[in-house]
Design a protein around this ligand. Structure first.
Ligand code: AMP
Ligand code: MG
Length: 350
């Protein structure tokens, strides 16, 4: 398949290009578009056949449901029923933005979107290109992250082109994603609602607004045996670079010492080692390829750099990545969730 690449500036949108991409969506094609979280791989959410193409292009397991993106809040009534009044307040507060609500689906939503579940996940993105595209297509757009299944989510158009060129009809090339981790997935079929996946809206922000919010046990328990995450996507190995990734958690000075020690062992075996560090520690490692994610007191910066850094290590041919954990407060909870999953839960506590 030939992929057309359309370059669009979010601050000066070329509406002819938007119209073209919207037409592709209406005709059942696949369009990759930027969002404020990561790039999304979109299809008409009401067209079951178009939605199946998403799974094919990504190599995504068919039991992993998709998030439906809308451009105006009222569209949710086409997709979801039994929405609690308090959830409407959440939409007013956090939409457009990185919060996905999971609620009981209407019969309009094809089974391929929800992987056969009786619930649907819906969000209204903030990126202006995404909103214009969805508005112009006059369709709800199902869109998972625009990476090959299992790879780190794409935060630049280059990442998308590396993974999906030749597998989709259109890629909209725009700037880097602002937030850099995916949306928070919140189950509103229960009250207080339950965080199924941490993301761009933090647990603390939700608590401040709602008073109480619960967290799916699979996100916090150290012993995962027997715990089945309620968000099907969370059970897969995910976000992974080609290199083996190991996360080291503990006091910063201990972590630096441990990483240097392990790096030494791997180097002796002749392997090329990378360290995922922070600004505070980046000069403390010797003989490894070091990428700093940013100031460890600024988790927003770390979130926006994480997926790119994992892909950069692959480009550098690193075989082992040793990653410093950060505090899992605020968006740091999402950062650590992605890091631990990318490591396949290979974690060293020091
Ligand atoms: P992605 O768009 O690739 O970042 O993944 C979407 C995430 O939302 C996955 O973790 C899905 O399992 C989750 N999700 C989508 N729909 C539902 C649903 N109906 N119930 C629970 N989780 C969902
Ligand atoms: Mg994804």
């Amino acid at each position: 398949m030939k992929t057309e690449i359309l370059k669009i500036d979010e601050n000066n949108i070329d509406f002819e290009k938007i119209k073209y991409a919207a037409k592709v969506l209406k005709e059942g094609g696949l369009v990759v578009f930027p969002t404020e979280t990561v790039y999304g791989l979109g299809a008409d959410a009401l067209n079951g056949k178009a939605v199946l193409k998403i799974f094919e292009a990504k190599g995504r397991p068919s039991d992993n449901p998709l998030i439906v993106h809308i451009a105006c809040k009222e569209e949710i009534y086409n997709l979801m029923v039994d929405i609690p009044c308090d959830a409407l307040k959440l939409m007013d507060k956090f939409w457009p933005g990185p919060l996905t609500l999971v609620g009981k689906k209407t019969s309009n939503v094809p089974d391929s979107v929800t992987a056969g579940l009786d619930t649907v996940a819906v969000r209204m993105p903030k990126n202006k290109i995404a909103l214009s595209l969805i508005e112009e297509a006059k369709l709800p757009v199902a869109a998972p992250s625009a990476n090959l299944s299992g790879r780190p989510s794409p935060t630049t158009a280059k990442h998308v082109i590396d993974d999906l060129n030749g597998r989709v009809d259109v890629i909209i090339e725009a700037g880097n994603s602002d937030i850099g981790v995916e949306s928070t997935v919140l189950d509103i079929t229960l009250w207080p609602p339950v965080i199924l996946r941490p993301g761009g809206v933090s647990k603390e922000q939700l608590e401040e607004f709602l008073g109480k919010v619960d967290v799916d046990p699979s996100l916090t328990e150290k012993d995962l045996d027997g715990l089945i995450p309620k968000s099907p996507g969370m059970k897969y190995k995910h976000y992974s670079p080609k290199a083996e990734l190991i996360v080291v958690e503990g006091e910063v000075s201990d972590v630096v010492g441990k990483i240097n020690a392990i790096a030494g062992e791997y180097k002796e075996k002749g392997l090329s080692v990378g360290v995922l560090s922070t600004e505070q520690t980046k000069n403390l490692y010797n003989g490894a390829v070091v990428i700093s994610l940013g100031d460890r007191l600024e988790p927003e910066t770390i979130a926006s750099n994480l997926f790119k850094a994992l892909r950069d290590f692959d480009d550098l041919g690193v075989q082992i990545i040793l990653a410093e954990a950060i505090d899992d407060k605020g968006i740091g909870f999402a950062v650590m969730n992605r890091m631990r999953k990318a490591a396949g839960y290979k974690i060293i506590h020091i």
